[in-house]
Structures are given as C-alpha cells and as structure tokens.
Ligand binder design. Sequence first.
Ligand SMILES: Nc1ncnc2c1ncn2[C@@H]1O[C@H](COP(=O)(O)OP(=O)(O)O)[C@@H](O)[C@H]1O
Ligand SMILES: [Mg+2]
Length: 241
Amino acid sequence: MTDLLDVQNLSRSFGGLVAVNGVSFTLAAGQITALIGPNGAGKTTCFNLVAGALKPTTGKVFFEGRSIEGMPPENICRMGIARTFQIVRPMRDMSVVENAMVGAFSWTTNVAEARSTALDSLESVGLAAKANARIDQLTMPDRKMLEVAKALSTRPKLLLLDEVMAGLRPTEAVGVVQVLRKLAENGLTILLVEHVMRIVMEVASTVVVLHHGAKIAEGRPQDVVADPQVLESYLGTGFHA
Ligand SMILES: Nc1ncnc2c1ncn2[C@@H]1O[C@H](COP(=O)(O)OP(=O)(O)O)[C@@H](O)[C@H]1O
Ligand SMILES: [Mg+2]
C-alpha cells in the first residue's frame, strides 16, 4: 500500500534560522503518528509546511502520490488535509454547530449539507449534545474537541493535531485519546504533536522525533523512548517509560 503522506528532505529557513532541516517521514493510512521534540524543534513549522501555510525552502511533500508543497492551503485542505491550531480561537458569536460548519464550507455552499456534516463531526468527538450551546458554555476539553470537529467537517483523510491535549487534565486527555483512536479505526490518518509521553505511548503507533529542526529518531514508541539520543536531547536521563 502506498503511503498517504510522503515528506522528503523538507527544510524551511527563517532568515538565518533553519527551523526545519532536511526532514523526511511517511505516514501510512489509518495510523496515528506522533511528532515530538522540545519547544522550538520545528514541529509546528512542519505542520505549516504540510498544510500549505508556509512554503518549504527545499524538499517535497507528496499526498496520495501527488506533489503538494507550495500549493495554497485551501487547495491542500480540499485535497484532504485538515489541521488544528495550537491556540484555539472559536468564533464566539456563533453556536457550537455553526463553528463546526465553517470546515464544511471548504467543500460545499449548501447550508443544510454543511450543518448535517457538522453535526456528524460533533457526534464523533462527543459534542453532539452541545451543538446549540454558546461557545462560552464550553469547557476547555469541549473547545479542543470543537477544533477537531471543525477540522473533521472539511472531510479530511489526514488530520494534523497541534498540541490538542495541552492544558487538559490527565482524565480529560483520556477522553480525547479515545476519540482519536475511534477516528483512526474508521480510517482517518492522524499526525499529532504531543508533549506528554504517556499519551504518545498510548495513542501512537509510530513516533518521529525532531531536535533543532532535524529528525533524530523514528520508530515504535517503546523503541524511541529507549533511544539514547532521544533521552539526551529531549526526555532527559530521568525518564522512565
Ligand atoms: N514565522 C516565523 N518566523 C521566524 N521564526 C520562526 C517562525 N516560525 C517559527 N520560527 C522559529 O522556528 C523554530 C521552530 O519553531 P516551531 O516550529 O514553532 O517549533 P515547535 O512547534 O517545535 O515548538 C523556532 O526557533 C521558532 O522561533
Ligand atoms: Mg509548536
């Protein structure tokens, strides 16, 4: 089976700073992969390069075998790549379902169709009962899930999640992990940036580790956390899986 996403030798500089440096990895369909590394390692920049928010300095990105690097983000979104942002910014004067509908307007102008898709998205993240709630009635985990629902409404094949569980309590994160597992079981491919290693170990089948913009390790979570270079540069010598 061909890989859904194939990132080849991707680099991006900002002035003299090489934020992403020759990174290559592939994502198999229906798998959850975690992108980890210290702050400033280049994780969000990688997402921006794949989603089209930034153009690479060099390198290639293939999605379903088609070269997509440098394409406008709305085209990449229409091809099937959706992302969430590290900072959640719901539109406060719209209801929960109206927020989720925004994603659907990437592929339809039909309001009824957008609403029905948005309700499905809310259902799959456990927010169906709050569809008509106001944004200020949502808890923090709800808001994170609304971001995911918004992304799902674009009908993606690949979902990029940037620290979607940051700021959640461990018990709240468990609920998110269950939602992500279910989505992957239904065929969605997920690439997530996540700092909490316990969550990474639980949810990801593959881990890619970035450090100073470069990939320093890749593999199964249990192998990656035992990698001396990963321990030294990211997890610290006190880490025990
Ligand atoms: N738009 C930008 N302009 C200049 N520097 C940037 C920009 N975006 C990110 N950087 C820098 O690139 C590096 C990688 O950032 P980022 O991808 O956000 O890291 P991470 O998400 O792993 O914490 C950091 O040093 C950051 O300051
Ligand atoms: Mg980041």
